[in-house]
Design a protein around this ligand. Structure first.
Ligand SMILES: Nc1ncnc2c1ncn2[C@@H]1O[C@H](COP(=O)(O)OP(=O)(O)O)[C@@H](O)[C@H]1O
Ligand SMILES: [Mg+2]
Length: 263
């Protein structure tokens, strides 16, 4: 596996556990001895806040990277967790969707900002709930796209636009990008969840979905309050176990995933 394996976490729908997955996956990978950089690409700064960092205006953020061509290494800050670093966002990023597209090759700005030496095993991009210029930058910079989705009709239907974005990114600057859908907030007692899970498998194939499913866990709602990932907080909770399983699945399959895209 190459250094700096990049993972974008995106879905145009809000509230599907993108940020939760970014934080929890990062926490799990850190516990497995990996060095992680998480990048907050949402002007709402939920990831920044979840890691206990208060966004403020004078600091370097992902907005400085995307809008002022700052190198990403200059915007990195530490978190309370060793080996887990953060590129924060703040509300300045809000203008990016309007200002980025007027620039030439705007979709490769994030990818190019990663140049130079970044001492991380994984870089995780937490995307905003939109398929605009910022998410396009993340997809262009990503080896792997994880699409968290709830097993309910509307989000499964909404994946149509995601698939169009994937085709666009692959045909332009990132032909090797692979994607996997992650079923989140799953409740096996709900028949509709089981049915939709089956339909997702039928539609996207077994290879289109991650094997790990993240179930409903109310403990997750408490985690962001104290600024650290769930596994550093209630390490035996169901979601902590499941995000650890997800991290293991990724570590085991990353090489294989790359090979499959050649086939
Ligand atoms: N597995 C889960 N079980 C219960 N609640 C969850 C789970 N995953 C996420 N949540 C909660 O759902 C809400 C939306 O999650 P979030 O990660 O902010 O979504 P997004 O980043 O896609 O908008 C948050 O309140 C979060 O705590
Ligand atoms: Mg979010």
């Amino acid at each position: 596996m190459s250094m700096n394996y990049t993972i974008a976490i995106a879905n145009e729908k809000g509230g599907v556990a993108k940020t939760t997955t970014a934080v929890s996956l990062a926490g799990a990978l850190v516990q497995m001895g990996k060095r992680i950089l998480v990048v907050d690409l949402d002007p709402q700064s939920n990831l920044t806040l979840a890691l206990g960092h208060i966004p403020h205006h004078k600091e370097m953020t992902i907005a400085s990277v995307l809008l002022n061509s700052e190198k990403i290494s200059n915007a990195i800050t530490q978190t309370q967790i060793e080996n887990l670093d953060l590129v924060p966002s703040n509300s300045e990023l809000g203008v990016a969707e309007r200002f980025l597209p007027v620039r030439k090759n705007y979709d490769t700005i994030l990818k190019n900002s990663l140049g130079g030496f970044l001492d991380y095993d994984y870089i995780i991009f937490d995307c905003p709930p939109a398929l605009g210029a910022v998410t396009l930058n993340a997809l262009t910079a990503a080896n792997l796209l994880i699409i968290p989705t709830q097993a309910e009709y509307f989000s499964a239907y909404a994946l149509k636009n995601m698939m169009a974005a994937i085709r666009q990114v692959r045909s332009q600057n990132n032909p090797m990008m692979i994607y996997r859908i992650l079923v989140t907030m799953y409740d096996s007692r709900i028949r509709a969840h089981r049915t939709l899970h089956e339909q997702l498998i039928t539609t996207f194939g077994k290879d289109g979905l991650l094997e790990t499913i993240v179930e409903i866990d109310t403990k997750l709602r408490e985690s962001p309050i104290i600024g650290i990932p769930i596994m550093h907080y209630v390490s035996k909770s169901r979601s902590a176990l499941q995000y650890r399983a997800l991290a293991e699945e990724l570590i085991e399959n990353v090489g294989e995933m790359e090979e499959k895209t050649f086939a």
